[in-house]
Design a protein around this ligand. Structure first.
Ligand code: ZN
Length: 482
């Protein structure tokens, strides 16, 4: 069977058994492999020879020239912001002040729905089957995002939270400041209830940073999550300015301060954790706190690269995140490995730099562990939800194959992703959603998305990429996007 001839109806809900040339199992690549799926759950991954000796019953599908990967998890995203794209390029750190918050302030339910749906479509095309959204959403906006996830078929860790310090909520159209902890707990309980109708959506709570929330509020929301085993998210130690501000306000670095607040722990996910001391790393390890390593965000707008390999070596759970840069799972893995190599491997003559598998693992099982979905997704293993990718192995870029895992890190590309499956369902085939008319959606949503960017009053400090070309004498560096 050739992938160009398949459609969603070829994969019955009751089950099927896909026979591929190669599959990445929990313990490494399996040659000539069969993945058996029943009602959206993996029931077997083994060699075709082993499978042949077992009882049949599932629809067999031989897919010559294909390989299979677990679906990639993006554990740090802000899903409503896909329309600014290159406006963020060249910008200095803390662009949230000039780009993200003004944009979020203009959100409507409709624009949030379209932005999230657009992000999810990109992500599925890029091999990402689970997204962890970070955002302080009103109930209506969170509902729009949940609906967009449900309409595209992606798995979502949905988020809300509160701001209770004014410096992060300067625009009247951002969610109202919530002053007391009881009100915040009511919002949190409502969010948990609102996520229940969606089988692929789980709830989480977020605080922006230690600058956006009081210690009492951070402590209360982290505790709420710990008691219910849901994810608590917070950015920490990403930028120089943030670390300075934390020390000025609290006398402590952000992760130290979170430790003081009892906000670290096995249900907490720290986004970035780039500017860390050895003592802070030890604090993350001792409390079993997870980290979202966001390599592309670090390249584009960061002050440093997170010491992800050190984290992993210490036993700290690490997943990969995009931080709303680009929705391309394989390029994210490539960047994860490259950043570690440049920042830490090259100066130490560490040519292995974790070996290829650590970065594929961080994007799959590591991400699932960081997102509290470790028993559900992240590996092609019996009992897990069947979230996986089919890759084309016939292209010249990936032949001859010598070491499949390294090839995933460095040679496979988004164009090689033939189909993306969530819970056994092919939600995109050949780059198109199987759920809706892609072209019609994109044409309609783009116009609204561009208008929303114009309306937001964004400030760009860098100017365009063409500023400073030879002969360009007068291009202003700072500009209002209008
Ligand atoms: Zn972020």
């Amino acid at each position: 069977m050739f992938m160009s001839t398949i459609s969603a109806v070829d994969f019955p809900t009751e089950g099927y058994a896909i026979h591929v040339d190669m599959a990445l199992g929990p313990h490494g690549p399996v040659n000539d492999a069969v993945l058996a799926v029943k009602h959206g759950v993996i029931v077997n991954l083994c060699s075709a020879a082993d499978y042949a000796s077992q009882p049949r019953g599932l629809k067999p599908m031989r897919m010559t020239g294909t390989a299979m990967l677990p679906g990639i998890l993006d554990v740090h995203h802000h899903v409503i912001e896909p329309f600014v794209k290159a406006l963020t390029c060249g910008e200095p750190a803390q662009m949230w002040k000039r780009i993200w918050l003004p944009l979020e302030a203009t959100l409507t339910e409709q624009s949030a729905y379209l932005g999230a749906k657009w992000t999810f479509l990109e992500a599925l095309r890029g091999g990402i089957t689970t997204i962890v959204d970070h955002g302080i959403r009103t109930r209506a906006i969170a509902a729009a995002i949940n609906r967009a996830a449900d309409d595209t078929g992606i798995r979502l860790v949905s988020s809300t939270g509160v701001y209770d310090l004014k410096n992060f909520s300067t625009n009247a159209r951002t969610p109202d400041l919530v002053k007391d902890v009881d009100a915040a707990i009511r919002i949190s309980e409502q969010h948990v209830e609102d996520c229940k109708p969606f089988s692929r959506v789980s709830p989480s709570l977020a605080c922006g940073t230690v600058q956006s929330n009081s210690g009492d509020m951070v402590k209360a929301l982290a505790r709420f999550c710990r008691e219910r085993r849901i994810l608590f998210q917070i950015h920490a130690n990403e930028h120089t300015l943030e670390v300075h501000a934390s020390i000025e306000a609290t006398g402590r670095r952000p992760i130290e301060y979170l430790g003081d607040l009892d906000a670290l722990g096995s249900t907490t996910l720290i986004a970035h954790a780039t500017l860390v001391t050895g003592a802070e790393m030890e604090l993350l390890r001792a409390t079993d706190t997870a980290v979202a390593y966001n390599p592309v965000a670090a390249i584009w707008k960061g002050n440093a690269i997170a010491p992800a390999l050190d984290y992993i070596t210490r036993g700290i759970r690490v997943g990969l995140g995009s931080d709303a840069t680009r929705n391309d799972g394989l390029r994210m893995i490539d960047a994860a490995e490259a950043c570690q190599r440049i920042a830490f491997g090259i100066p130490r003559d560490d040519f292995s730099c974790g070996a290829g598998w650590r970065w594929v693992h961080a994007a799959t099982q590591g991400g699932a562990d960081a997102a509290l979905l470790g028993g559900e997704v992240g590996a092609l293993a019996p009992g897990r939800k069947a979230d996986f990718l089919l890759l084309d192995c016939r292209g010249p870029e990936v032949r001859p194959s010598w070491d499949f895992t390294w090839e995933v890190v460095r040679f496979f590309d988004r164009a090689d992703i033939l189909a993306t499956f969530v819970e056994g369902e092919p939600v995109q085939i050949g780059g198109r959603s199987t759920r809706f008319d892609n072209a019609a959606f994109l044409d309609a949503a783009e116009a609204q998305g561009v208008q929303a960017v114009h309306d937001a009053g964004l400030i760009r400090l860098h100017g365009t990429a063409d500023s400073g070309w030879p002969g360009d004498q007068a291009t202003p560096r700072t500009s209002q996007v209008d």
